[in-house]
Design a protein around this ligand. Structure first.
Ligand SMILES: Nc1ncnc2c1ncn2[C@@H]1O[C@H](COP(=O)(O)OP(=O)(O)O)[C@@H](O)[C@H]1O
Ligand SMILES: [Mg+2]
Length: 281
């Protein structure tokens, strides 16, 4: 580790304080009836790093993502993004603040073209800006900007040729690329990816990993949920482990799986995660 490693002095423990946190969360509780889905005492995300959020199925990872991005409301809790509280803030306003999450292509989005999907990801839609809504020339200008930006991203994600195809006609891997490209339309400071590699073939997995590392190199903070520990080890700077709604461990990807509590949490659940350091034979 070097002196410039932001994790050099971060303790390997749940809720560890970070050098320069972009997100902090406190006492976030989400119950569904009698079930405790999320019960996070303290959580920080280091700015400019790639953080992996892992944990067995049902650990509360997706619910925690939804809470942090305004798609779900907790019974209690506080969380800040760049020092500003995002509690009770709508998903659109969270995105405007610079934090976006990817979304799986729903049925409705599948019936739209690739370029239409991209437009939906843009931060300033027509009508969102009160002034522009009354000045057609400004609309037109903004529409052109959005199109140009979408074209750049579609080229980068090798989807440009598909721009007028229905999103529903894309392969599983191409959908994942579109989900990521769409999230980038709002020029976020932080992206949250929920299982970006799920159902993607090995060739596209490589390209997705490269895209994530590229985002980091551009200064974007990345928080992603992933099952495959090999992927986690390859790209993440820091790993946060959830189980039964709580954060049970944190540490660098090279050692976090050796934690006894982490091993116990995974063994208690049916899962397909390979815990070995070497990977599958
Ligand atoms: N809308 C919901 N209603 C009821 N229970 C839910 C809901 N969403 C998630 N849960 C439950 O909360 C727990 C955590 O789920 P989730 O956040 O999806 O876990 P993960 O993403 O880690 O697999 C699970 O037990 C799940 O069944
Ligand atoms: Mg999930």
């Amino acid at each position: 580790m070097t002196d410039t490693d932001p994790f050099a002095h971060v303790p390997h423990e749940p809720g560890a304080p970070k050098k320069d946190p972009i997100v902090t969360a406190d006492n976030v509780h989400r119950h569904f009836g009698g079930l405790t889905a999320v019960e996070v005492d303290h959580f920080e995300v280091q700015r400019g790093a790639i953080t992996a959020l892992i944990g067995p199925n049902g650990a509360g990872k997706s619910t925690f993502f939804n809470l942090l991005t305004g798609f779900d409301k907790p019974q209690s809790g506080e969380w800040l993004f760049n020092g500003h509280s995002l509690k009770g803030v709508s998903p659109a306003a969270v995105a405007r603040a610079g934090k976006v999450r990817t979304f799986q292509l729903t049925k409705a989005l599948s019936r739209m073209t690739v370029i239409e999907n991209m437009r939906l990801g843009a931060s300033r839609q027509r009508g969102e800006n009160f002034f522009a809504a009354f000045v057609p020339k400004l609309w037109a200008q903004r529409e052109e900007e959005i199109t140009a930006q979408a074209h750049v991203l579609l080229k980068r994600f090798k989807l440009y040729e598909k721009k007028d195809d229905y999103a529903g006609s894309l392969s599983g891997g191409q959908r994942k690329l579109l989900e990521m490209a769409r999230a980038l339309m709002s020029e976020p400071e932080m992206v949250m990816l929920d299982e970006p590699m799920a159902g993607v073939n090995p060739a596209l997995t490589e390209s997705l990993l490269d895209h994530i590392v590229e985002l980091k190199n551009e200064g974007v903070t990345v928080l992603f949920v992933e099952h495959d520990m090999h992927m986690v080890r390859r790209i993440s700077d820091w790993v946060v482990v959830m189980a039964e709604g709580r954060i049970i461990a944190e540490g660098p990807p090279s050692t976090v799986m050796q934690n006894e509590e982490v091993q116990a949490a995974y063994l208690g659940v049916h899962h397909d995660t390979d815990l070995s350091e070497e990977g599958p034979a």
